[in-house]
Design a protein around this ligand. Structure first.
Ligand code: HOZ
Length: 427
């Protein structure tokens, strides 16, 4: 069928590599052409052809209260009239730093950047400078943005496209990134034993969103922290997806663990381009101009982004009940989907925590990347297509998390469940 989305994608492919500005969006692993979005409001995305979809991507995390929330919209509208970018300090940067540090106790000082990728790149530079060591450990299937050091056994789009070790990353960079198995303490111990004085930091998504949703086993993150302390490495929690999404204090607030450094993104700009990294004062004071570790950016602390972010964080502190209510809805959705999957005798595992959710088409428990890769991705592709045709926009990859928002009401949950039922029957 000829649609505007199809025409736009054709033109986009002539002008933009693969037709998209971020690979997962191209629908490569699920088949078909991407839908071009014109606007979004509340629980819905609206495409250029006049179709509407229930939004289960939520811009990959930040839309906790739904798209274009009026409070954030008003704040940005007001900020607009004051100008867009100054390359000079603004008071909102102080206010948002105050807000973030009051919400996440392990973050005593924070530096704003423009994306999660920038935050993770800067955090490991800082960890290397602080410990005077070169190597880092990441978990197979975790994704920390597209910095060179992280494109080793990476999840998200790189896993989706089957290129977890990207060409263009130098051998020496790759050599400094060691990989362990998520939820497997022994694999970490082995790395530390082999490199007892070389590891600057472990960077980890405390709850993984980028191999599909994977939840830490009881005691796992505590064991990771213990090993870091034992070997003098820093612990970096990448909470770009989970920060302010799973609790007002990030996943670390739920787990009761204080990492040395935390990376944040997306949500602290209410969906506008922002990232941040923060942690112990002693470590953060090494960043220029307080210290020698260089990191900078004209758009860092951009006035529109900080205004939107402040409005978002205020919404969270004004509505603390949002997390319990989303968790309840997430569990109800999981139970409803499970009942259909069971009835049809399909292989499945659903991982859900709060408002994050992944349906894996595998009969294995999914505790790490190898488990996630046992999923039938072709089946997921057909499920995705069926859901999209019925007006439900899921993340276009098996290796991503769905994100629920407070804008989803009973009617939207009913539509998701009905669409899933019909789609599963047609697979
Ligand atoms: N890699 C992102 C999700 N894990 C997707 C980014 C995007 O396409 O917007």
């Amino acid at each position: 069928m000829s649609t505007l989305s199809a025409a736009y994608f054709e033109r986009a492919q002539e002008l933009i590599p693969g037709g998209v500005n971020s690979p997962v969006r191209a629908f490569k692993s699920v088949g078909g052409n991407p839908v071009f979005i014109k606007s979004a409001k509340g629980a819905y995305l609206h495409d250029v052809d006049g179709n509407s979809y229930i939004d289960l991507i939520g811009s990959w995390g930040p839309m906790l209260f739904g798209q274009a929330h009026p409070v954030i919209e008003d704040a940005v509208r007001q900020a607009l009239s004051n100008g867009f970018s100054f390359g000079a300090p603004t008071y909102n940067e102080v206010l948002i730093a105050e807000k973030i540090t009051s919400m996440i106790p392990s973050v005593e000082k924070v530096r704003l950047v423009n994306s999660g990728t920038e935050a993770t790149m800067a955090a490991i530079r800082l960890a290397r400078a602080y410990t005077k060591r070169d190597k880092i450990i990441k978990m197979e299937g975790c994704y920390h943005g597209h910095g060179d050091s992280f494109l080793i056994a990476a999840g998200s789009g790189v896993a989706t496209l089957g290129t977890p070790d990207s060409p263009g990353v130098t051998v020496s960079t790759a050599r400094d990134t060691l990989t362990a198995v998520y939820n497997d303490v022994e694999s970490l111990e082995n790395i530390f034993q082999a490199n007892p004085t070389d590891i600057a930091a472990i960077i980890i998504e405390p709850v993984v969103g980028n191999m599909g949703l994977v939840i830490p086993k009881n005691g796992y993150l505590e064991a990771v922290q213990k090993l870091c302390k034992q070997y003098g490495a820093l612990l970096i929690f990448d909470e770009v997806m989970t920060g302010f999404r799973l609790s007002a204090a990030g996943y670390q607030g739920l787990a009761g663990i204080q990492p040395d450094l935390t990376t944040l993104g997306k949500i602290i700009g209410g969906g506008l381009p922002v990232g941040a990294y923060g942690g112990k004062t002693e470590i953060m004071n090494m960043i220029a101009p307080a210290g020698p570790v260089y990191q900078a950016g004209t758009l860092s602390g951009n006035p529109l982004a900080t205004t939107a972010g402040l409005a978002m964080l205020n919404l969270i502190t004004d509505n603390p009940e949002v997390y319990a209510s989303l968790a309840q809805n997430g569990l109800a959705l999981k139970n409803a989907l499970i009942s259909d999957l069971k009835e049809l005798g399909l292989n499945y595992t659903i991982n859900q925590i709060g408002s994050m959710f992944t349906l894996f088409f595998t009969d294995k428990e999914v505790n790490n990347f190898s488990d996630a890769k046992t999923s039938d991705t072709a089946l997921f592709g057909r499920y995705f297509k069926g859901m999209l045709e019925k007006g439900i926009y899921l993340p276009p990859s098996q290796y991503e998390s769905w994100f629920l928002s407070a804008a989803l009401g009973d009617s939207e949950y009913d539509q998701i469940i009905t669409a899933s039922k019909a789609t599963l029957r047609s697979l």
